[in-house]
Design a binder for this molecule. Structure first.
Ligand SMILES: Cc1ncc(COP(=O)(O)O)c(C=O)c1O
Length: 388
């Protein structure tokens, strides 16, 4: 019996608090970047433990600006994962760099740090890992490799708002870390992003690159008592967040820990119930001390064990009124990257296997325990039907 009513894969958790704050901004006479943006940046910097945080229109914008800061020259390489949303790799390519893929671990889906060092060449400029699903990569080892080879670490922290590594929040490190506030993420601003750094010079460059390259944003140019005029030393983009978005972000940030707790409870229930469905592989855990933000709950549907290919499994879930997500198809297997950076099949065996078998199950604070029971019942039903 399929459940009554469709269970979406993801839903943003927007309450009356967010709505009230948006209404206030809309009535205030100032709706683009202003004091709400400044307040959100300050609150976020304090939350993660970084001296500087800069709002943006998306995480992709942040990855773009981080690549600009690297000033990649033709042939320069950036080591990254292929098990990511294309934005991570696109920004390396579009900024003139060459993405170099390192395989991931079969169970955690994070970069296999033991393979990173052998991928370094004299053209390597940076390592760009993804904290998959909000489970931190092995940062100490990555930082040591970067230090030993005088290259940069830039964290794609799109999934990792509120994640911790050995007691420190993601984003509290010296290096740049880039976050996403897309509606499916652990907190949202509609669309949006944030970049953190400890380096005041890099922060200033990011700040001007975010807004055309001019040294004064709209708030300063139109503010009372401010001098007219502005200067431009390097052209930039238009990646500034609005006060409308920041008003949502301020409320979401206050609620973030509570929302993550709810995700943890639901993930623990999935773990428990799925421990009895032996055909399905549950997401693995890293062996070091972290706080998992549970952005995604990703299982592996291995056709050999379940009797059904992943794509069909997702369709069957849909027929049972359960939404699912695909995070991610391996980027090196997408047409553009296959043509531009060809790699023989089997070059990244774990990534390739995971890309074929991964499925994200519904996970968000608005769900309740009976939703999780429904999802697992649907999985059991499919496995029973197709295994025979
Ligand atoms: C790993 C990763 N990096 C980057 C992004 C891009 O984030 P945004 O949509 O905020 O640009 C995403 C989005 O899903 C992502 O999953």
């Amino acid at each position: 019996m399929p459940r009554n009513g469709f269970l979406p894969f993801s839903l943003p958790d927007i309450g009356q608090g967010e709505i009230n704050e948006v209404v206030k901004v809309l009535s205030s006479g100032w709706i683009t970047s202003g004091q709400k943006v400044a307040a959100f940046e300050k609150a976020f910097a304090e939350y993660v433990g970084s001296p500087y945080a800069l709002t943006l229109t998306s995480c992709t914008a942040g990855l773009h600006l981080a690549m600009e800061i690297l000033d990649l020259q033709p042939g320069d390489e950036v080591i990254t994962t292929s098990l990511t949303w294309p934005a991570t790799v696109n920004m390396i390519h579009l900024c003139g760099g060459r993405p170099v893929f390192v395989d991931v671990e079969r169970d955690t889906f994070n970069l296999d740090v033991s393979q990173v060092e052998e991928a370094i060449t004299d053209r390597t400029r940076a390592i760009l890992p993804v904290h998959f699903a909000g489970q931190s990569c092995e940062l100490e080892k990555l930082r040591k490799i970067c230090k030993d080879h005088s290259i940069e670490l830039i964290e794609d922290a799109a999934h990792a708002v509120g994640s911790e590594y050995k007691g420190a929040r993601i984003g509290s490190g010296n290096n740049m870390a880039v976050f996403s506030f897309h509606p499916i993420k652990n907190m949202t601003t509609g669309e949006g992003g944030m970049i953190t750094t400890h380096n005041s010079e890099i922060f200033e460059r990011l700040r001007t690159l975010r807004f055309h390259g001019v040294d004064k944003d709209a708030w300063k140019r139109y503010g009372r008592g401010e001098k007219a005029g502005y200067e431009l030393y390097h052209p930039g983009w238009k990646y500034n967040m609005t006060d409308i978005q920041a008003a949502i972000g301020l409320v979401q940030l206050e609620r973030l820990d509570g929302m993550i707790e709810k995700r943890m409870t639901l993930a623990a229930l999935y773990d428990d119930l799925l421990s009895e469905v032996h055909e399905i592989t549950r997401p693995g855990r890293v062996p070091y001390d972290i706080r998992h933000a549970w952005h995604l709950y990703t299982i592996q549907v291995d056709r050999d064990k379940t009797g059904i290919p992943r794509d069909e499994f997702m369709e069957e879930m849909g027929k049972r009124n359960i939404g699912t997500g695909l995070h991610f198809r391996a980027v090196h297997e997408l047409s553009f990257y296959k043509n531009h950076y060809p790699l023989p099949v089997g070059s990244l065996p774990e990534t390739e296997f995971i890309s074929e078998s991964i499925v994200s199950l519904p996970l968000y604070p608005g769900m309740n325990e009976s939703d999780v029971y429904n999802v697992v019942a649907a999985i059991r039903d499919i496995v029973k039907k197709f295994k025979e």
